[in-house]
Design a protein around this ligand. Sequence first.
Ligand code: ZN
Length: 70
Amino acid sequence: MSEEAPAAACPECGSPLTHVSSEVSSGAFRTQAASMPQIPIHYYDCAECKTCWKLGTRLLPDPVRQLLRD
Ligand SMILES: [Zn+2]
């Protein structure tokens, strides 16, 4: 069972992002466990400006993956 990654454009340069992988967060947020929905996190790379992004509730830069890529 896999979650389809939505198409996304790079907030930095506007290029279409390449989907790399997805995972589902569990227990990462300090909300009440019983009512917490599992949020799929989608990871993207931008081929144009070499920025990594992750999309959960918002599209955010991912400096951790960015450093690992170098
Ligand atoms: Zn970009």
